[in-house]
Design a protein around this ligand. Sequence first.
Ligand code: THU
Length: 127
Amino acid sequence: MNPLTEAAIKVRENAHAPYSNYKVGAAVQTDDGTIITGCNVESSSYGLTNCAERVALGAAVARGYKSFTAMAIAGKNGISPCGACRQVIWDLCGDIPITIIGDAGDKTVHMSSVLLPQPFDNSHLKQ
Ligand code: THU
């Protein structure tokens, strides 16, 4: 298995998901090949929950990375990034391949432009 995929599966174990019991792991690869991971972190005030994808991207940005080449997401029953994460992935990563890994090790790859067609982005903010 490739290192990005393995990293997403491994970090999933660290998920803090006592309310949904739905653990998610995400790993993002930077343009120099570094892999940075995140897991979902839930709150008793449910709406404050952070998804694994945004935790991974936030950690990468905090470490100074600005350019990303791929992402992997691990979860069960056909995990699919939520709408908010699709927007943030597009904003920070542009059009990258996203590998989705299910419990049985099943894998699918989708481009972020397919997951978020006709996105709102900084091109709309230009004066
Ligand atoms: N979750 C993620 O971490 N990523 C997604 O793309 C979908 C949902 C988390 C949020 C919450 O902790 C749990 O999965 C159930 O919604």
